[in-house]
Design a protein around this ligand. Structure first.
Ligand code: 6A9
Length: 769
């Protein structure tokens, strides 16, 4: 028995929670939702399509600027900042029927469009239309368009060649979820005498499609004099020991401008009215576009807020990138508990989720997703419910959901090894509750029926999730909370990071201990308890205990007793702390005898503590100090609200012309590196998710009767204008929405495009909080 118990403990971290799945049995098949079966669910590609099923065939696009003389040639496939594209992103995408994307490469611009057509029993047809034109007509580029299909471990592909054997006319295929299908490469009507080639091969791994393609290329001459080489594909190159081709690429090389269509037809779709191509496609596309525009106006109504056409187009692009960034991933995380020496595989699972950034972080992050669904739920509440269901179904028996989801080979290929393993002590803010609140509100305006069945389905899991936070993340002192996952042993970090809080390097107690407690987590739990009590009431369960916890966590005098620093007049974490720390390169001892070898010293800078830490408030002013305000816990008439509103407007602290910076200029670690190599991240930069919460709080305090409502209103108006103006200005200047913004210049920083929570600018424009 003892041994059985030990092995149970070892496996526990990877055992699913004992509660019914939220997703229906048919999840992962076309039946779950035929209309959303196909989509641009490979957000890490500039342009890729697949189905919402575990081993979908993969469709994708690569392009290559020929005649550049570069080696290896500049082949574009996965979104990559290193490609130096001037701009790319969806300008319209509704998450169901179609998407339109514009891409600006250095010498030419591309447009990638897809439109779907329902029919048959496998999710129907789609057509991709890809076009490109030179940026400068006097410098026409020669470009290759490459469209491929690849199998992910199941199915068959049968390439069909033209009579002369020189190019592909189509690929016939089969797969479990698609039945039979055919992918057509009709001849383009554009008159620019394209040259065709193809590759029929076998890719051992789906994250190596680009490499396999590069190795299947050969050179040819573009001109008669044979001075300009260009790259074509090597034809049929299936290795002898391969089970057959699983990767087929159609290449068209042409002098721009050029347009081509690729048509996918589902075998079970009989009596198709028309082939989805040419004028039929154009007409359907414009129908979807005009529906998109109408819906956008009815949901966000930016016209009535006085926004101009180009500002509205920007907001449409921001929304479309959030929606077009939704991916479908399948695989298992690597997880670890204190009972396993080596990480274990979580169970194989699928995840339908938006992603923070298509180029840098094209995968799911737990707390990002709560923010994403503030926006997504406004656009399409069914998509949000589906996303939340997928996330909750990732819960293990303890009630834990891994924070970062790296599912499948393509996702894994983007993550450095040290970030892969997820530990079951580690939380991340329970922001899914923010999204759940929006879903409840959505239905409370119409019928409550729609939300009831959903909330009933999620409630058992939410209960376990909530209990997990309330047991695994509590502090030593009663009624406090503490983020786990801080490293008390590190010598290099100026302030040991708290990745779990989501605010990574935001300064906390300098010396992590079990006695510290964190004000942001306490506030998140106040929010969680509120939603648990609301949801319990809606689904007819007992809400008493949740309500009682909520009362305790929103009790301002208890909050003040635990977290209000009288000395600094601000809310703060509490812990073992000193501000007197510094990074230094260790010096060898001074009195070294001749011939004596210096003791081994650390080659990197290490932290020097200049005064003993003591138990006290960690009063670096910044986002963490604002949490009781951000999550609307402070009483309207509290003088502390007045103090916060006053501090918000102070440019020596958080106020800038571009939004609220994360850490006050007066804080000891403002803009400091955390190690010799680790630049400041949440130590000054302006982050849009927190600014969104700040606006939501200001909006709340300005519209409820209270002594400071007018003051809140005026701060609200100014902050909102600053944020929208700057994000829009940077979008025009750089072509992108960014991860965060520089607090001195307003310039976009971090990675791009970042249309995760920075796309909340749409809700800010629409004043939806
Ligand atoms: C690094 C590098 C190709 C950091 O938006 C996702 C998260 C947020 O949840 C968090 O609050 N980002 C924020 O502080 C990005 C985290 C990326 C970690 C992995 C791998 C890959 O380079």
């Amino acid at each position: 028995r003892y041994f059985q118990y030990r092995s149970y403990l070892r496996e526990k971290v990877a055992i699913p929670v004992d509660a019914p799945k939220v997703l229906p049995k048919e999840a992962g098949t076309v039946e779950a939702d035929p209309e959303r079966f196909w989509g641009s669910y490979r957000p890490q590609l500039y342009f890729g399509l697949k189905t919402r099923s575990p081993a979908s065939p993969l469709f994708g696009f690569m392009w290559l600027n020929q005649l550049t003389g570069q080696m290896p040639p500049p082949l574009r496939h996965w979104c990559d900042q290193g490609d130096g594209l001037l701009r790319y992103g969806w300008t319209k995408h509704d998450g169901v029927n179609f998407g339109i994307q514009e891409i600006e490469d250095k010498q030419f611009s591309l447009k990638t469009v897809f439109v779907k057509q329902q029919g048959g029993s496998h999710g129907g047809d789609w057509t991709a239309r890809i076009s490109a034109a030179p940026n400068d007509p006097n410098h026409p580029a020669v470009v290759s368009f490459m469209f491929y299909v690849a199998l992910d471990g199941q199915g068959t592909l049968e390439p069909v060649l033209a009579k002369n054997g020189k190019y592909l006319t189509s690929v016939r295929g089969t797969s479990q979820e698609l039945g039979s299908f055919e992918l057509f490469f009709p001849k383009s009507k554009t008159d620019s005498s394209p040259r065709h080639s193809y590759l029929i091969t076998y890719a051992p791994q789906i994250d190596k499609l680009k490499e396999v393609l590069l190795s299947g290329m050969k050179v040819d001459a573009w001109d008669k004099a044979r001075t300009k080489i260009y790259f074509t594909l090597g034809g049929r190159l299936v290795p002898r020991d391969a089970p057959g081709p699983n990767y087929v690429v159609h290449q068209v090389t042409v002098q721009l401008p050029f347009e081509m269509e690729v048509i996918f037809e589902s075998g079970s779709f009989k009596n198709r009215p028309d082939v989805l191509a040419g004028q039929v496609l154009t007409d359907l596309l414009s129908k979807h576009e005009s529906n998109f525009d109408k819906k956008f106006t009815s949901v966000f109504d930016l016209e009535s807020k006085g926004y101009k056409t180009n500002e509205i187009a920007f907001a449409k692009a921001a929304l479309s990138n959030m929606i077009g960034g939704i991916g479908y991933f399948y695989g298992s995380s690597m997880v670890q508990s204190k009972y396993n020496k080596e990480p274990l595989d979580y169970w194989n699972a699928s995840l339908y989720t938006a992603v923070p950034s298509r180029s840098f972080f094209p995968r799911g992050f737990l707390w990002d997703e709560g923010f994403h669904n503030l926006l997504i739920s406004q656009w399409n509440v069914n998509i949000s419910k589906d996303i939340i269901s997928h996330w909750l179904d990732l819960m293990n028996i303890e009630g834990w959901i891994p924070r970062e989801q790296i599912l499948g080979a393509e996702a894994l290929a983007k993550v450095p090894a040290e970030f892969v393993v997820q530990k079951n002590e580690n939380a991340n803010p329970p922001t899914l509750y923010l999204a759940l609140l929006k879903i409840i509100e959505h239905y409370s305006n119409s019928n409550n029926e729609g939300s009831q069945s959903f909330l009933k389905a999620v409630f058992p899991r939410l209960k376990v999730w909530y209990d997990w936070y309330n047991t695994s993340q509590v502090g030593e002192r009663p009624s406090t909370y503490r983020w786990r996952g801080r490293d008390a042993q590190t010598r290099r970090e100026l302030n040991p990071k708290t990745l779990t809080s989501g605010l990574d390097d935001f300064p906390r107690a300098s010396h992590p201990t079990d006695d510290e407690y964190h004000v942001d987590l306490r506030c998140w739990m106040a929010l969680a308890s509120k939603l648990m009590s609301d949801i319990a009431a809606i689904v007819g369960e007992d809400s008493g205990a949740y309500l009682a916890t909520n009362k305790l966590l929103t009790d301002n005098s208890l909050l003040d007793e635990l977290h209000w620093s009288e000395k600094k007049q601000q809310y703060s974490d509490f812990g073992l702390h000193t501000d007197k720390v510094r990074l230094e390169r260790p010096k060898p001892p001074p009195n070294l005898q001749p011939g004596q070898r210096p003791p081994q010293t650390d080659p990197e800078q290490v932290r020097i503590t200049l005064s003993e830490p003591e138990y006290r408030f960690v009063d670096s002013f910044g986002y963490v100090s604002l949490f009781p305000f951000l999550l609307k816990i402070i009483d309207h008439n509290s003088p502390k609200l007045y103090k916060i509103l006053t501090d918000l407007k102070d440019p020596r602290l958080l106020w800038t012309d571009y939004g609220l910076r994360s850490l006050a200029k007066t804080a000891p670690l403002y803009n400091r590196y955390n190690t010799e190599h680790d630049p400041p991240y949440w130590r000054g930069a302006i982050w849009i998710n927190m600014n969104y919460l700040a606006l939501g709080a200001l909006h709340h305090y300005s519209s409820t009767q209270g002594s400071y409502s007018e003051m809140a209103k005026s701060v609200y108006d100014e902050l909102r204008i600053n944020l929208v103006t700057n994000i829009f200005k940077e979008y025009k200047r750089t072509g992108f929405i960014w991860e965060n913004y520089n607090d001195k210049t307003g310039e976009g920083k971090g990675c791009h495009p970042f249309t995760g929570w920075s796309a909340l600018v749409v809700l800010i424009m629409a004043e939806k909080y």
